[in-house]
Design a binder for this molecule. Structure first.
Ligand code: NAI
Ligand code: COI
Ligand code: MG
Length: 347
C-alpha cells in the first residue's frame, strides 16, 4: 500500500519523521512511502504550494500522512501561493470533507490540561468538522466601499447537500459511540447556520436512536471548558470546527496531542495533527510528535483496514506517557526524537 508523506513546513517534517518510524515498526514492509513537496517548502522549490506532482502522488496513494504547512517567509505572498492553500487545496481536490478530530484525555496528562484535573478527566469527544465548504472556500477579496474605505470580504455559505453529507457522518459517528450528537452553529445570527440547523433536524428523522442537541458556537466554546464531558460527538462547519478543536486540545493537555483523519466518500484519507507548523519552535527538537503518531494510528484504522495495528500504536503512546515520556508542551524535557523512541520502545 502506498502512503504519500507530505511533511511540509516548520515542525511538520520533525513530527512526520517520528510517525513514519512508528508506522514502519508496526507494519514491517507492508507500506511503501513516497514523499512529496507541499506548502512553503514546495513554493520555494517548485513555485507552488501544491505542485501537480504532489497532487498526483496524493491521488495515487492509499492514504496521506501530512505534517503541517505555514511559513512566515510566505505570509506576504498572494493568497493562492501561500502555504496554507496546499492543505485547503488537497482537501478540496480529493473531496476530503469529513475531518474527525478526537479529543480524549490520557489519564497521565491530567496535570497538563488547562482545566482542573476533575473537569479535564471527563473529556472524550469527537469533533466532526466539515472541510470542503464554509467561509474558507467562499468568494473573497478586497474592495472599496462607497466612501472609499478598503474592505475585505469572505462569503460564508453551505448548501443542503453539503450539510446533509457531513451531518450523516456526525450521526453515524455518534451511533458508533455513546449515541449523542451536538450540532454547533450560530443560527441566531447567520442564515448559513439556520439552513445547517434545518437540514440536521430533517436528517435526524433517520436517526431516532441518536440524542440530538443544538448549541450556538459561543456557548459551545464556554461549555467545552466548563464541562467537556457533556459532549460525545460534535458536528460543525469548517470555521467553528477549526477553532473549537484547538480549544479542545488544551482541555486534553496540549495541541501536540490531537490527531485527525479527513475522509472522502471512498474512505481515502488524509491524516495530520490538528496543529500547524509552529514556527516558534521549529528546528529545536521541541515539537511533540504524539498527535502525528496518533494520526498514523487513525490511518491504519480508517484507510488501511488494520485496526489491531492502530490499537497497538495507541497503546504504545499510552504506555510511553505512563512511563513518563514528556515533551516541553507536556511539562517535560524530551526531544521530538526521544518521544518517538519512547513510543517505539513501548510497542
Ligand atoms: N493544517 C495545517 O497545516 C495548519 C497550518 N497552520 C499554519 O501554521 C503556522 C503557525 O500557526 P499558529 O497559529 O502558530 O498555530 P500552530 O498550531 O502552528 O502553533 C500554535 C502554538 O502551539 C504550539 N504547538 C503546535 N504544535 C505543537 C507540537 N506538536 N508540540 C508542541 N507545541 C506545539 C506552537 O509552538 C505555538 O506556540 C501558520 O502559518 C498557520 O497558517 C495552522 C494550523 C493548521
Ligand atoms: C491552515 C488552515 C487552513 C488549517 C487549519 O487551521 C486546520 O485545519 O486546523
Ligand atoms: Mg486549525
Amino acid at each position: 500500500m502506498l502512503i504519500a508523506t507530505l511533511p511540509g513546513d516548520g515542525i511538520g517534517p520533525e513530527v512526520t519523521e517520528q510517525a513514519v518510524r512508528v508506522l514502519k515498526a508496526v507494519t514491517g514492509d507492508l507500506l511503501t512511502f513516497e514523499q512529496g513537496l507541499v506548502g512553503g517548502a514546495a513554493y520555494k522549490a517548485a513555485g507552488h504550494p501544491l505542485p501537480e506532482a504532489t497532487l498526483d502522488l496524493a491521488r495515487r496513494s492509499d492514504a496521506i500522512l501530512f505534517g503541517a504547512v505555514g511559513d512566515p517567509d510566505c505570509d506576504a505572498l498572494e493568497r493562492h501561493l501561500r502555504p496554507e492553500q496546499a492543505i485547503l487545496g488537497l482537501r478540496k481536490a480529493l473531496g476530503l470533507f469529513a475531518n474527525l478530530r478526537p479529543a480524549k484525555l490520557f489519564p497521565e496528562l491530567a496535570d497538563a490540561s488547562a482545566l482542573r484535573p476533575e473537569v479535564a478527566a471527563s473529556i472524550d469527544l469527537v469533533i466532526v468538522r466539515e472541510t470542503n465548504g464554509d467561509v474558507y472556500f467562499g468568494e473573497k477579496g478586497h474592495r472599496k466601499t462607497a466612501d472609499g474605505l478598503r474592505e475585505g470580504y469572505d462569503v460564508m455559505s453551505y448548501n443542503e447537500a453539503e450539510v446533509a453529507r457531513i451531518a450523516r457522518v456526525g450521526f453515524e459517528t455518534a451511533r458508533a459511540r455513546r449515541g449523542k450528537l451536538c450540532s454547533i452553529d450560530k443560527a441566531n445570527v447567520l442564515e448559513t447556520s439556520q439552513l445547517w440547523r434545518d437540514v440536521v433536524i430533517e436528517l435526524s428523522a433517520e436517526y431516532p436512536d441518536i440524542e440530538l442537541s443544538h448549541m450556538y458556537v459561543d456557548n459551545a466554546a464556554m461549555q467545552l471548558v466548563r464541562n467537556p464531558g457533556q459532549f460525545d460527538v460534535i458536528v460543525t462547519g469548517n470555521l467553528f470546527g477549526d477553532i473549537l478543536s484547538d480549544q479542545a486540545s488544551m482541555c486534553a493537555g496540549s495541541i501536540g496531542m490531537l490527531p485527525s483523519a479527513t475522509l472522502n466518500s471512498s474512505n481515502q484519507g488524509l491524516y495530520e495533527p490538528i496543529h500547524g507548523s509552529a514556527p516558534d519552535i521549529a528546528g529545536q527538537g521541541k515539537a511533540n510528535p504524539l498527535a502525528t503518531i496518533l494520526s498514523s494510528a487513525m490511518m491504519l484504522r480508517y484507510s488501511l483496514g488494520k485496526p489491531d495495528e492502530a490499537d497497538r500504536i495507541e497503546a504504545a503512546v499510552a504506555k510511553a506517557l505512563a512511563g513518563g515520556a514528556r515533551s516541553p508542551d507536556l511539562g517535560g524535557t524530551m526531544t521530538t526524537a526521544q518521544m518517538g523512541d519512547a513510543v517505539l520502545a513501548a510497542l
